[in-house]
Design a protein around this ligand. Structure first.
Ligand code: T1G
Length: 694
């Protein structure tokens, strides 16, 4: 028996244990060990049945994702599952932790499945740009029917043990994992039950309403715009309902191969590993123990403050929101309650869940009441003087050892820390609006932020179900510094000949949730105007259109007009804006020209790459994949393109440099290529060569 798969008799039941930490992925050694174990089971006169269980913290969590794209070493998973299904003796899966992807497919090929109450099951391959490629799309519908199978497989969501039991994915919930599974296997043997093969079940996949799949496909295509995998997942589930099992397996295999060979799979798996890499800080090793965060406080009950507070309450951390006046405090708490009630109305959570969360959120108008919190997050107006006043006050009232965090989106963390006597406890924790929804947490280290402070907010990010990334301290950190390059170029395109709706269409079709001008209308043209006033300096030509919209009182959605005119949230191009844009070009003596979609795309997207390269070179980002994670989870860059840096590298950094050089010729120094980009192209290297990770 291989050392990753153990075989041990308990009475007359063989317990086959997978020991491949951390998540028992189905690597080559595991597949080989399983194949040997099933052969041994069927030749072992001392064994009447087997239990298959994961060692450590979980059942099998899927195929080994690191093996994708490499030559597969036999036996393949199909071969192993065929051996399982051909077993003459019953095999019972014993599930704890998570049975995911290929892991659940292994369990579905077993004759029965038991689980502990805390177990979860799922087929999350779609999140990797794939589909369940070892019979999951053919077996799951045979157990639960096409609707639940399609829901689980096209979203990659997990189901808890109770839900799995009710749906028939699991046959029994046991208290003691191995003991319960062995007892179940002994019962099966004692009752001489015929082997139950999921592949032979038919009633749940017969006589399906002919409207089901066309209607499901129409709804799904709107939800997953641009992603290939979800539609392939649905086609595979449909095959389970229209073809015999063997044919369905062939259809699944063909659909899987198409996805496996597609750039979207490479991009989504890049993001899978990138978000985990982002949690690794070279000079903050696992020896640095994060502080435990048992209570929190938030300064400011505005949109951001309320959303930030919800993140703590949602994971059971009591949080106090402070406003100096009762009225804005009551208003802010009211918005939080409304957010929760909307989620219940949408069915995305339950009343009991939000009641629990709301019970953990309280308000106060006195700094004296927040001093015992383990962390305080300042979310007041984006103005340095105001932030310094707040931090001076926090320095007085917060208990020793508390973390003093700022939600600033651009400002200098060291300047903020200078208002305190404990700069080692100060750090940026930049949330993205809406703070209770957006996954990215951009933590920003100051020059004096201690390793413990950094480790604590990185750990906290995971605890509050965010994707944490650590940035160095510069104007705009990683995300907003790149955003500045992008929005500036979009503004230039308007002066040269494009209209807001031309640019937004191209960026939307590329896969972002909205283009820069729709985003400007959402965030508020007045907000951008105030930030520019705060920065001072002469008015800049490329902001002239935005300034004129502001002067007209066209702040965006909030005033019913901005770059677009609005009926509710429905945006339509506005002839008033068309004329304003044309007049502004004329004001600067610019002869407008037709700008094609390709130029719009590259002029908007390449600044992300060029600024990203500069950020990487300065060490503001530890690695290029941190930049990808920032842009995918903070700004909606499509994960099926892997993030701006991955997208550029797939295109070829030499091609990217050539385009940037061309734009430098045409538009001047703002297009000067980042020196790092030039160096990497000269050295024929990729971004990894510039990583600051050890
Ligand atoms: N393969 C390889 N490594 C994996 C892995 C996998 N499937 N899953 C996790 N890891 C690594 C991860 O990179 C990290 O490494 C460590 O394990 C801990 O992970 C044929 C084709 C199971 C819920 O998509 O969702 O099966 O950073 O930090 O937060 O149809 O890992 O320590 O070096 O995430 O406790 C389908 C992916 C695969 C599940 C645990 N399965 N994994 O979360 O730990 S495709 C998945 C997860 C497939 C078949 C198809 C989570 C988790 P390192 P972690 P966690």
């Amino acid at each position: 028996m291989s050392d990753v798969v153990a075989y041990e008799l308990k009475g007359r039941i063989a317990v086959i244990t997978i020991n491949n930490p951390p998540v028992n992925a189905l690597s080559h050694g595991v597949r080989k060990g399983m194949q040997d174990a099933f052969a041994r089971l069927n030749s072992d006169a001392g064994a009447d049945a087997a239990v298959l269980v994961g060692g450590g913290r979980t059942f099998i969590a899927g195929a080994d994702i690191r093996e994708f794209g490499k030559p597969m070493q036999p036996p393949g998973l199909h071969e192993v599952l065929d051996a399982m299904e051909a077993s003459k003796k019953p095999i019972v899966a014993a599930i704890h932790g998570t049975a995911l992807g290929g892991g659940l497919e292994v369990a579905l090929t077993c004759h029965w499945r038991v689980a502990v109450a805390s177990a979860q099951v799922g087929l999350p391959e779609v999140k990797l740009g794939l589909l369940p490629g070892a019979g999951g799309t053919q077996r799951l519908p045979r157990l639960v029917g096409p609707k639940m199978a399609a829901d689980l497989i096209t979203t990659g969501n997990f189901a808890g043990a109770k839900q799995a039991l009710a749906a028939g994915v699991v046959d029994e919930i046991v208290g003691d994992l191995v003991g319960g599974a062995v007892a179940f296997a002994e019962k099966v043997v004692k009752e001489k039950r015929p082997l139950r093969k999921v592949s032979e079940l038919t009633d749940k996949v017969s006589n399906i309403d002919p409207k089901f799949f066309p209607e499901y496909r129409a709804t799904l295509s709107k939800k997953v715009r641009g992603f290939l995998a979800p539609m392939h997942c649905l086609a595979a589930v449909e095959a389970a309902c229209t073809l015999p099992f063997a044919e369905g397996m062939k259809r699944e295999r063909a659909l899987f191969q198409e996805l496996h060979d597609h750039p979207q799979r490479m991009a989504q798996i890049h993001i899978f590993f990138a978000e985990r890499e982002a949690g690794k800080i070279p000079d903050v090793g696992s020896d640095v123990k994060p502080k435990e965060i048992k209570s929190a406080a938030v300064i400011g009950a505005g949109t951001m403050g309320g959303g930030i507070a919800m993140n703590f309450a949602n994971v059971g951390i009591p949080v106090k929101i402070l406003e100096l006046e009762q009225a804005p405090l009551d208003k802010g708490l009211g918005v939080v309650r409304k957010n929760y009630e909307t989620s219940v109305a949408r069915g995305s959570t339950t009343q009991a869940t939000i009641d629990k969360a709301l019970s953990l959120i309280s308000g106060t108008t006195s700094y004296d009441e927040i001093g015992q919190a383990d962390i305080v997050v300042e979310a007041v107006f984006e103005n340095m003087d105001i932030k310094k006043q707040v931090f001076a006050k926090l320095d007085q009232v917060m208990k020793p050892g508390a973390i003093l965090a700022s939600n600033t989106s651009t400002l200098d963390i060291d300047a903020i820390a200078s208002a305190t006597k404990r700069p080692e406890a100060v750090i940026g924790t930049h949330f993205f609006s809406p703070a209770n929804v957006m996954k990215l947490l951009e933590n920003v280290r100051g020059k004096d932020s201690s390793k413990e402070t950094i480790a604590t907010v990185m750990e906290l990010g995971k605890k509050i179900r965010k994707v944490p990334v650590l940035a160095g301290n510069c104007f705009g950190f990683i995300g907003n510094r790149m955003l500045h390059g992008y929005t500036r170029e979009a503004a230039e395109l308007l002066l040269e000949g494009a209209m807001p709706w031309d640019v937004d269409r191209v960026i939307y079709n590329f896969g972002l949730p909205m283009g820069p001008f729709a985003m400007g209308d959402l965030a508020g043209i007045d907000v951008g105007w105030r930030v520019r006033q705060g920065r001072g300096g002469p008015p800049e030509k490329h902001y002239r259109i935005a300034d004129r919209l502001y002067e007209l009182g066209r702040y965006g959605q909030k005033t019913g007009a901005g770059y677009y005119k609005y009926e509710g949230r429905n945006a339509t191009p506005d002839p008033v804006v068309q004329k304003l844009v044309e007049d502004t070009s004329a004001e600067f003596g610019i002869t407008r020209r037709k700008i094609d979609d390709e130029e719009i795309l590259y002029r908007c997207m390449l600044p992300l790459v060029n600024v990203g390269a500069q950020i990487l070179d300065e060490g503001i980002a530890i690695r290029s994949s941190d930049i990808d994670v920032t842009y995918v989870y903070g700004y909606g860059f499509p994960s099926y393109r892997g993030g701006p840096m991955f997208w550029a590298e797939q295109m070829g950094l030499d091609k990217v440099l050539a385009m940037i050089r061309k734009y430098e010729q045409e538009h001047g120094s703002r297009w000067k290529p980042a020196p790092l980009l030039q160096r990497l192209v000269d050295q024929k290297k990729g971004w990894a060569a510039a990583s600051k990770a050890a």
